[in-house]
Each structure stands twice: as structure tokens, then as C-alpha cells.
Design a protein around this ligand. Structure first.
Ligand code: TUI
Length: 314
């Protein structure tokens, strides 16, 4: 049994978070992960406050265990989502794609543990000063909006820079990755891509199939020119976007090109126009499984690896 400071802090069984994936991580998936002993997180993405409130209530009807909400800070609805999370008193708020400082007092007054995703040491230190309960250090192997650094170099630097519990994210798909994250100083892991294969994950079957069939070089990063790099599967959409990006398309037209592409992937399974966000570990996802089984399997795989780590020492 692997337990760590984050389990005690949040009252969860296993130190495994499910990433709050935009358009994907709804109340059903989050509840299934939490019921399985991890921390299920509802992804707000660009959705309005009412949608998030509805998903929180849906999750609450399916589990009495702690749940989280991810507030995507670039969303035009970030403010109302932040308020909905506070009013519904979820146990945890994670944030992504920005600096959540202005919302932190509100969440803290509601008794919520704030766990920002950080991709740099500077933001990690700022978040510690603001009273974050823990941090998620997310490397650029992850899907969606990505930072510059890899998990391998980011996690130890964040661990050295702060005194908070650190959750590692990016490139982790199984117990080997989780064990490695502990070795780097993390006390927990967050996985997104692996949970795309969960039975309770409601993405279009085409999306699931693409993840299950993915190979090592299947993802690429687009959007660097506009300042928000995004990792997704190398599909016709991603290739066309990259061509437009490096072919001098004006910024507004480029922004418009991306609009609606996430929804087309998740809900329609549109192979031509959809943007299928995925981490680099997609090739390590092999089968559809219940979310609870994924959580348990990762921990069961990590345990003998961590126990056996002493084999390297004379
Ligand atoms: O947020 C994510 N991943 C996401 S958000 C998303 S929705 C979206 N769709 C289209 C375009 C953009 C977003 C899909 N995937 N991960 C957490 C994360 N946060 N990764 C990196 C960061 C990050 C980067 C820079 C956090 C803070 C930051 O700097 C903030 C500052 O002001 O210092």
C-alpha cells in the first residue's frame, strides 16, 4: 500500500489524481476515480459556471468521497466557475494555464484546498506564498496546454524550491512512471491521458480508439506562436494548424481556426476537424478499464518497483 502526505491532507486512499481535462472530465468520470480511492477532478475548460455546478452535483450524487474542480484560467468564464466551485464547496480546486492568485482568498475562505498546476519554479514559489495546499508540477509530455520543461527536470526543481507536497504530472501512464515520480521527490501523481481509456470516460469512441492505437511519435505541439502551446494527436487538424501557424496566417484567423476543435473531437469524433488532446504517453495506454481499476493498477505496479529500488544499492 502506497500512502503519502497528500492522502492524509485530502482524505484520499491513493495518491492518484485524474487530470481535469477540458470537455472530457465530467462529474461521472471524476466520481468514478474518487470512488476508486483517487482524486477525481471535474475539468471546467471553457464551460460556463452553471455547467460546472451541474457536474459537481452529479459527482456528489455518485460519491461521498472528496472531489476536485479544475479552473482553466484562460477561460472567459473563469470567474463564474471559480465562484461555483467556492459555493459548492468542493474539497479541492486545481488550476491550469495561468496564475490563480486573484481567486485564492475566495477559495481558502470556503475551506477549499487550492492545488495550482505550475510549469515553472517562479510560479511555484508565488503559489506557496499565497497559501497553496500543494502543487501539481506538470511537464511538457502532458496533453493540452503545456509548459517548456519536461517532468524529469521540472519535478525535482519544484520540490527543491518549495516546502509543499508536490504532485507530478506529464508522461505518467503506469506504475513505473508513478514510482519514478516518487523518486524525483513527488508525493503523488496526476494522469490525464491514461484516464481517457476509462470506461466511465464519455469521449467519442473514435477518440478512445485513437488513444488505444497511438504510437510513440503520435503527438505534436501547436500554438506556440500565439503563446499557448497545446499538445495533441498528429491529426489532419493539427497538421493544418501547424501549416497555418508557420505559413504566416494572421493571429485572429489562427485563433478562429482552433475554435470548436476540442468539442468536435470529444463529442463528434471528427477525424478531420477535431483537436484530439493527448499526452506523449498515449502509446502506453492499452485497454479500456474501469477508472477504479486504473487507479488500483497504477499503485499495485508502483509498489514492487519502489520496494525493489534498493537492488541498485550495494
Ligand atoms: O491547463 C493545462 N492544460 C490544458 S488547459 C486546456 S484548454 C485550452 N484549450 C485551448 C488552448 C489553451 C487551453 C487544455 N489543456 N495544464 C496545466 C498547465 N498550466 N500547464 C501549463 C500551465 C501553466 C503555464 C504557464 C500554468 C501557469 C503558467 O504561467 C502563468 C503565469 O502567469 O506565470
Amino acid at each position: 500500500m502506497i500512502r503519502s502526505a497528500i492522502c492524509e491532507l485530502l482524505g484520499i486512499e491513493y495518491p492518484v489524481f485524474q487530470g481535469g481535462m477540458a470537455w472530457i472530465a465530467d462529474g461521472k468520470l471524476a466520481a468514478a476515480v474518487s470512488e476508486g480511492g483517487g482524486l477525481g477532478i471535474i475539468g471546467a475548460g471553457n464551460a460556463p459556471g452553471d455547467y460546472v455546478r451541474e457536474q459537481i452535483r452529479r459527482a456528489r450524487s455518485l460519491t461521498s468521497r472528496p472531489i476536485g474542480v479544475n479552473v482553466m484560467l484562460m477561460s472567459p468564464h473563469a470567474e463564474e466557475v471559480a465562484e461555483a466551485a467556492a459555493q459548492e464547496r468542493v474539497e479541492v480546486v486545481t488550476t491550469g494555464a495561468g496564475n490563480p492568485a486573484k481567486f485564492m482568498p475566495m477559495w481558502q475562505e470556503a475551506g477549499i484546498r487550492v492545488i495550482p498546476v505550475v510549469a515553472s519554479v517562479a510560479l511555484a514559489q508565488r503559489m506557496e506564498r499565497m497559501g497553496a495546499a500543494a502543487l501539481i508540477a506538470e511537464g511538457g509530455e502532458s496533453g493540452g496546454h503545456v509548459g517548456e520543461l519536461t517532468t524529469m527536470v521540472l519535478v525535482p526543481q519544484i520540490c527543491d524550491a518549495v516546502g509543499l507536497p508536490v504532485i507530478a504530472a506529464g508522461g505518467i501512464a503506469d506504475g513505473r512512471g508513478a514510482a519514478a515520480a516518487f523518486m524525483l521527490g513527488a508525493c503523488g501523481v496526476q494522469l490525464g491521458t491514461r484516464f481517457l481509456s476509462a470506461e466511465e470516460c464519455g469521449i467519442h469512441p473514435v477518440y478512445k480508439e485513437k488513444i488505444l492505437k497511438a504510437t510513440d511519435l503520435c503527438t505534436m505541439v501547436t500554438g506556440k506562436r500565439l503563446g499557448h502551446p497545446v499538445r495533441s494527436l498528429r491529426t489532419p487538424f493539427a497538421r493544418a494548424y501547424a501549416r497555418a501557424e508557420y505559413g504566416g496566417m494572421p493571429d485572429e484567423e489562427l485563433e478562429a481556426l482552433g475554435t470548436g476543435a476540442l468539442r468536435l473531437a470529444v463529442q463528434e469524433g471528427d477525424k478531420e476537424r477535431g483537436c484530439f488532446l493527448s499526452g506523449q504517453c498515449a502509446a502506453m495506454v492499452h485497454q479500456e478499464q474501469p477508472a477504479a481499476e486504473i487507479v488500483r493498477e497504477i499503485m499495485e505496479e508502483a509498489e514492487p518497483i519502489l520496494r525493489g529500488a534498493s537492488k541498485w544499492v550495494e
